[in-house]
Design a protein around this ligand. Structure first.
Ligand SMILES: CC(C)(COP(=O)(O)OP(=O)(O)OC[C@H]1O[C@@H](n2cnc3c(N)ncnc32)[C@H](O)[C@@H]1OP(=O)(O)O)[C@@H](O)C(=O)NCCC(=O)NCCS
Length: 157
């Protein structure tokens, strides 16, 4: 794998342009909770600083499974030009590490059905759906337990 991205915690303003372009067709991309102090925004940057991947994590009850400290993944996207090169992998591994680093024991998401295969590669399993999200399309509920050892790879805040 030749990808050279590094992942760091960033302010919401850093993730919004790519989130908008990939997930909202260029439209408004803010989500409720973006400014909550517990919400974590991650950006994957190439060596020149360009943001090529984004994701958001926030503590939130899981609709499908009880957990001591569940976290929700939202707004996961990579730049179309870099897809298939490992950016999504680095970013999702950083998500798991970030949740583990904050004591989380479960990661869940509403996954676009087109992305479910990606998440499955990293241990998430489909537990609900498919169901429609108006204006976006079909989704499935996915989750994984977060192993404590994922904490070792946690990105620097
Ligand atoms: C889903 C997404 C984040 C994946 O990012 P990426 O940078 O292409 O991911 P990677 O290159 O790290 O891929 C990691 C592995 O997953 C596989 N993969 C990537 N996207 C996949 C998909 N949609 N379905 C199945 N497998 C996929 C890759 O082939 C790769 O496999 P490998 O390890 O055998 O080489 C990206 O395609 C994307 O932004 N899609 C549009 C937005 C979206 O749907 N976001 C999710 C919303 S829930």
């Amino acid at each position: 794998m030749s990808v050279q991205v590094t992942v760091e915690e960033v302010g919401v303003e850093v993730v919004l342009p790519l989130r908008s372009a990939v997930l909202r067709g260029g439209g408004p991309a803010g989500m409720p909770g973006d400014d909550d102090p517990a919400t974590v925004h991650l950006a994957a940057r190439e060596p020149d600083g360009r943001v090529v991947g984004v994701a958001r994590l926030s503590p939130a009850a899981c609709p499908w499974r009880d957990a001591r400290s569940p976290w929700q993944l939202r707004g996961m996207a990579t730049e179309p030009a870099v897809r298939g090169a490992g950016t999504g992998r680095v970013l999702l591994e950083a998500c798991l590490a970030t949740v583990a680093g904050r004591g989380g024991d479960l990661l869940w998401c509403d996954a676009r059905t087109t992305a479910a295969g990606f998440y499955e590669r990293f241990g998430l399993t489909v537990v609900a759906g498919p169901y429609d999200k108006p204006g976006i399309g079909p989704h499935v509920g996915m989750l994984t337990a977060v192993p404590l050892e994922a904490q070792e790879a946690s990105p620097t805040p």
